[in-house]
Design a protein around this ligand. Structure first.
Ligand code: SF4
Length: 102
C-alpha cells in the first residue's frame, strides 16, 4: 500500500468488543485497493467523519506517530491481546494479526 499522506493521532490503541482481542489499532487511515464491494472500513470511517468520500478513502494516510504512541500505550496493558488491522497490497485483502501483551 502506498501512503502519500501522513496524519498525527492522539492515541493508537482502543478497546474492541470482538471476541478475539481486547484492543485494536490501525496505523493507516484509508486503503488504496479500492475494492468494488462495499468496504465496511470505509463506511465506518465515513460515518465517523474520518473521510468524506470513497475517493478520500483510496488515498491512505500513514499515522506518523504510531511508534511513539505504542511506546506509551503498550506498557499500560497487562495480559491483553491487540488486533492489528491492515490491508496488503499483494493479496488485495484485509488482514489482521494479533499480539499478546504479558
Ligand atoms: S482491502 Fe479491505 S480496507 Fe481496502 S478497500 Fe478492500 S475491503 Fe476496504
Amino acid at each position: 500500500m502506498k501512503c502519500s499522506r501522513s496524519i498525527i493521532r492522539r492515541s493508537m490503541l482502543y478497546k474492541t468488543k470482538v471476541e478475539y482481542g481486547d484492543y485494536t489499532m490501525n496505523h493507516v487511515e484509508g486503503c488504496s485497493h479500492g475494492c468494488k464491494y462495499p468496504c465496511y472500513a470505509m463506511m465506518m470511517a465515513k460515518r465517523f467523519g474520518k473521510v468524506k468520500s470513497y475517493e478520500d478513502w483510496c488515498k491512505p494516510a500513514l499515522v506518523a506517530n504510531t511508534l511513539e504512541l505504542l511506546d506509551a500505550e503498550i506498557p499500560r496493558l497487562k495480559k491483553r491481546s491487540i488486533m492489528f488491522n491492515f490491508a496488503l497490497l499483494q493479496t488485495h485483502s484485509c488482514m489482521a494479526m494479533m499480539m499478546f501483551v504479558r
